[in-house]
Every structure is written in C-alpha cells, then in structure tokens.
Design a protein around this ligand. Structure first.
Ligand code: SF4
Length: 194
C-alpha cells in the first residue's frame, strides 16, 4: 500500500518508517505539528525531521504553519482535553494530505511512543478515517521504541526533552507543577529503560 505517515518528529519516525518498509509499503512522510512551541523548538524539530528524511531517502511533505494562537485557543477550550484536540488536528490534516497524495491509508509516528496516549490516538485516527473516508493504518509500533531510540542516536538526531506544547514544557521543567509527567525522562535519567 501507499501509506502516508504523519511524522511527529524525526526520532519517532525511525522505527515506523523501517517497519512499514519491511512490510512492503511505499511511504510518504508528512510533517504537520503546530503543537510544537516555542518557534525555535518548532524549527529545530522540523530541521531534524528533514535531516532524517534525507538520511533515509524519505519523501517528506511539510506543512510548516506555526499556528500558535490557534493552537493555544483550542487547547485551553478543548472539551476532551488538549491532547485529544492536538491529535485530532494533526491526524485530520494527515488524512486530507493522504487523499491529496492518493495514498491508500494514513498512519502516525505518534504510535511508537510509550509516553503518548496510545489508545486515544488509535480512537481518534479511526474516527477521522470514517469522516474523511480514508483508512487509518493502526500498528502498535511501541515494540520498536528502544530500537528507534538507538538508531536515532546513531544518526545523531536531535531528541527533544518534552512532548511539544508549552504546557508540556511547563510540566517537564516547572518544579512546582504537580503533574510532572514521566514523558521523556528516559533520555535524562541514564538508569531509565528506553
Ligand atoms: S502534551 Fe503533547 S500531545 Fe498533549 S497537547 Fe501537548 S503537544 Fe499535544
């Protein structure tokens, strides 16, 4: 099949791309992540995604809109929580791009991370598949997380220390934030299993 793979960042795309190619699929990458803040971080992750695509000869389509105000408004007003909204906007755009590119289905590198809300991503992907009328290719890529981390380090790709939005940056760094997440601790804690 021709699969459009939404690329949330270069390192997370390592294993999904490898797995899809091993399974015999043709892959088109698509970077669309208006959830990443601030702009310097957004640019760095985009640059890394391009670097990765170059190293793996991946055809990477890029929508580089930096929709800060729109994202923040949506996140603060999200009825089902900001991550739900965040997955929804990215996956919907991926589904639409997949149709424009005449792909058979769409998927996302978000499915590789043990730190993301995996089942929520699956549910939203499957809902969008119905409304956009293009199949969502669900694969639990998490078994390849360790391998992806190892390869991304070999490729010397920049590995980000927080999920993306400014709220996740606060949770990562602001010591007073009670909801400190376990996200991305692995890179900073050498004893953690990644
Ligand atoms: S924590 Fe991550 S998934 Fe949730 S809203 Fe922020 S960037 Fe999106």
């Amino acid at each position: 099949m021709k699969v459009l793979l939404h690329v949330c960042c270069g390192p997370c795309a390592v294993y999904p791309l490898q797995r899809l190619c091993e399974d015999g699929h043709e892959v088109v990458g698509f970077f669309y992540n208006p959830n990443i803040h601030p702009y310097k971080e957004f640019s760095r992750r985009l640059e890394t995604a391009r670097e990765f695509a170059g190293k793996r000869q991946l055809n990477l389509l890029v929508d580089d809109r930096y929709q800060l105000e729109e994202f923040l408004r949506g996140a603060l007003n999200a009825e089902n929580g900001r991550c739900s909204m965040c997955y929804e906007i990215r996956l919907r755009e991926a589904a639409r791009m997949a149709k424009r590119q005449q792909c058979d289905c769409f998927s996302t590198s978000l499915l590789v991370s043990p730190f993301q809300k995996h089942e929520l991503i699956r549910t939203i992907g499957e809902q969008i598949a119905l409304t956009e009328q293009i199949p969502f290719l669900y694969i639990d890529f998490r078994s390849g997380w360790n391998e992806g981390v190892r390869i991304s380090k070999e490729l010397e790709l920049y590995r980000q220390p927080y999920c993306g939005c400014i709220f996740s940056e606060q949770e990562r760094y602001y010591k007073g934030c009670k909801e400190q997440k376990q996200c991305f601790q692995a890179d900073l804690n050498p004893s953690a299993k990644v």
